[in-house]
Ligand binder design. Sequence first.
Ligand SMILES: Nc1ncnc2c1ncn2[C@@H]1O[C@H](COP(=O)(O)OP(=O)(O)OP(=O)(O)O)[C@@H](O)[C@H]1O
Length: 609
Amino acid sequence: MKTYFRLLSFAKPIEKFAIPYVIVTLLAVLFGTLNLTLLVPLFDTLLPSKSSGTVDVVNSASSAFDITGKFSDFVSHSLIVNGRAETLNYVCIIIVASVLLSNFFRYFSQRFMEDLRVHTLLNLRKSVFNNVMNLHVGYFNNERKGDIISKVASDVQVVQFTVTNTLQVVFKEPLTLIFYIIVLLSISVKLTLFSLLVIPVSAFIISKIVKRIKQQAKESHESFAKMIGFLDESLSGIKIIKAFNSTDRVKEKFQKENEFYSNLNRKMVRRQQLGSPVSEFLGVLMVSLIVWYGGNLIISNQPGALTTSQFIAYIAFFSQVMRPAKALTDSFSGIHSGIAAGERVLDLIDTKPLLVNQPDAKVLDGFNNAISVQNVSFNYGEKQILNSITFDIEKGKTVALVGPSGGGKSTLMDLLPRFHDPKSGTIKIDGHDYRELTVESIRSQMGTVNQESFLFNDSIFNNIAFAKPDATEEEIIAAAKIANAHDFILNTENGYQTNVGDRGNKLSGGQKQRVCIARAVLANPPIMLLDEATSALDTESEKLVQDALNNLMKNRTSIVIAHRLSTIQHADKIVVIDKGEVVESGSHSELMNKNGLYRRLIDMQAFTD
Ligand SMILES: Nc1ncnc2c1ncn2[C@@H]1O[C@H](COP(=O)(O)OP(=O)(O)OP(=O)(O)O)[C@@H](O)[C@H]1O
């Protein structure tokens, strides 16, 4: 129930939709009940009772709730004054008018509910996406991407259908039931009390049936998330899959999950559907019992007992009670799936980013002196990755990070823009501990170009402008020229407006890198974080990229994970990292003279050139 109300809170301001909804629904139910209530006078007009009927009917309107009695009073009065034919006309006109009004209000009631549903969905999707974007980078290491995608895309949808449907049913159907029951009571108290006895029994049976659905729904959402994740991975890795002739294996793996998901859904829907025939059977059983009991009341012909027209109207009415009762059971068997999906979505909304600005965090509005890494250690879980790293990066200098694979260079590089905070030790920028600065201001001083060369599925122009959305065309072209990208861009089909495809796959490796460099040039930050690509480009492309990188580093402070000897040799300082520790640092010639790890790496020709 708590989950349900939390999900509803996304409908804020709910009163904007709920108040008109409640009003029109009330009117719709009122007129819907009214036209059925008119059945008694209708039968009375057609089958005038010679026995106790007239007396009963006249005396029956004893209380304000006795609706059928009131109509019967009106009809018997009209029968005397206007005769049967004219009274029949009146009754029919009133029935048509009330059906018209009931449908008119029902249409508006559905419209308001639709508005509420769309509004809830809009807010829920916004909250979950915004929260995902605010989460710290480390979160995404441990979560499956498919799970996040399916929460935003599919679970939110399930929530909207089941939770808001239930909202509709929860308000409208009980209201309809109450109205019906009032009318039924006004026809016959005895018969109604008798029939209401059956309701708790059927509610108990149905609740037993739907109990297991929630667990199954949770498993089903998780399985769907796995399929989405698998689809995403298969599409991203399609070339590798084909290159290893693994299409069949991948298909089989997908099919396994697909079958599991389908079987689970089949079981769930079967259970859900079981609620419906069971409630229908119980309903028919109830009607039969009523026919039996009410028939006996008529046969006994006691004074004050039912008239035939009241009895027929009662049965007709009672059959209508089944509809809201069935809608209630159906929506309760569906709500479990909605709640399970809702819990998954709320779980994501409730995940707090581990890295947030301190309340009194200062804004770093420039970079003037140095970045100082002091005794920095870092763990992934239990595993220690960096151990007491210390070195300085002075303004305007280039620092190259080198060392064997897996030593921790990328991890160290991720600490500089505060993707993670160190477990111990500090990183200072111009003397300020960077935990006391806002994350946004730190990142605005740094630009990143890494091996991944990630581009969005958009035009080349927009990909470069990502760094500065209000950049002019001249600025974009100037950045592309510095990045050695202008010429190749002009040669593409639509120039700067050419779409680069998913992750930039319509461009070559070297072209992608140069567009990424242009993006970093446009941002024009004082500090550059570079991860030199290890993948071999052809010589010409390599030279273009290298020149672009040199242009990018000019007049900036740069930290480079370096794989090329030329970059390393030109660096002002080389920091050699092995097994999470700084083992050596200095210039190329100093380190060569030390005869340590750096020298060995050079001798082993570990760097390209
Ligand atoms: N997200 C992660 N979760 C757990 N361990 C990780 C994660 N990322 C990296 N590691 C581990 O941290 C260690 C350092 O990795 P890192 O990528 O920083 O090394 P590197 O020096 O950049 O290597 P390379 O030159 O091969 O890129 C490795 O042992 C790696 O297994």
